[in-house]
Design a protein around this ligand. Structure first.
Ligand SMILES: NC(=O)c1ccc[n+]([C@@H]2O[C@H](COP(=O)([O-])OP(=O)(O)OC[C@H]3O[C@@H](n4cnc5c(N)ncnc54)[C@H](OP(=O)(O)O)[C@@H]3O)[C@@H](O)[C@H]2O)c1
Length: 250
């Protein structure tokens, strides 16, 4: 029970990696706020966790709307009086095109969700954590924030921005005991990567760059997320842990 009695918001926990992290946190004793735009999916997940005797609730959240973010933060603070952990996991990657063919709309959509959304969530939750002089924020970046992934220019720019956002927030908020770190997966088996996995040529190309030669399961990202949320990481801030099968070591 490494997160006993902690209050955790996991953005984008209606599916994929976020859903696995929400379950992992609840198993470790946290009360988890499952959120995303699909509030019905969020409710199903929270209900299932509650049926298992764990503690969870669902809220609608759109990270591209500062009003929606503030509603979630206010709702959680009103109910629990605090937020101990924020996982900024919401993310999209809707286009796979060369830079010269990437539209301004696609660029803005990706940056707004992945980077600006994370900044706005961190800011709104950070204000609450700063008042209590306590908190852990974990940003879901990607190997794409560290190495170039062709045809993912906006995605990589957003994830590279997240690594730097993590560092600046960590340095600014260390004085308030608010610790900020990031996790950088390579490729994980979720809806997000279904298209890549179904294309044999692309799949083989990706695996040729991955020493472990396989996609991760969402549950394989959870250990790092628990570690960074727990007291075991109380002297770690501003770091990115790559959970990438060795990709960035190549
Ligand atoms: N899968 C991979 O290989 C991989 C690798 C590296 C990094 N990542 C990162 O890991 C994170 C999760 O990826 P995943 O594979 O689990 O993807 P996924 O299965 O597509 O899940 C994405 C989550 O983000 C939420 N989301 C999207 N737009 C949102 C918005 N505007 N407001 C709030 N929530 C929003 C979705 O919820 P709603 O639809 O309900 O809003 C969903 O819960 C992303 O940040 C992704 O970039 C993934």
């Amino acid at each position: 029970m490494r997160l006993k009695d902690k209050i955790a918001i996991v953005t984008g926990s209606t599916k994929g990696i976020g859903k696995a992290i929400a379950a992992g946190y609840a198993n470790e004793g946290a009360t988890v706020v499952v959120c995303g735009r699909s509030v019905d999916l969020g409710r199903e997940i929270a209900d299932e966790l509650t049926r298992r005797g764990l503690s969870a609730m669902a809220m609608r959240l759109d990270v591209t709307s500062s009003e929606s973010i503030q509603e979630v933060v206010d709702g959680v603070v009103e109910k629990f009086g605090r937020i101990d952990i924020l996982v900024n996991n919401s993310g999209i990657s809707p286009v796979w095109k060369r830079a010269e063919d990437t539209s301004e709309d696609a660029w803005n959509q990706i940056l707004n969700t992945n980077l600006t959304g994370t900044f706005l969530c961190s800011q709104a939750v950070g204000r609450v954590m700063i008042r209590r002089k306590h908190g852990k924020i974990i940003n879901m970046t990607s190997i794409g924030g560290e190495v170039a992934l062709p045809r993912l220019v906006a995605y990589c720019a957003s994830k590279g921005g997240l690594i730097m956002l993590t560092k600046v927030l960590a340095v600014e908020w260390a004085q308030h005991n608010v610790l900020v770190n990031a996790i950088g997966p390579s490729y994980v088996e979720t809806e997000f990567t279904a298209g890549l996995r179904s294309n044999k040529t692309i799949y083989e190309d990706l695996m040729s760059r991955n020493p472990l030669k396989r996609f991760a399961q969402p549950e394989e990202i959870v250990g790092a997320a628990i570690f960074l949320a727990s007291d075991e990481s109380n002297y770690i801030t501003g770091q990115t842990i790559f959970v990438d099968g060795g990709w960035t070591a190549l």
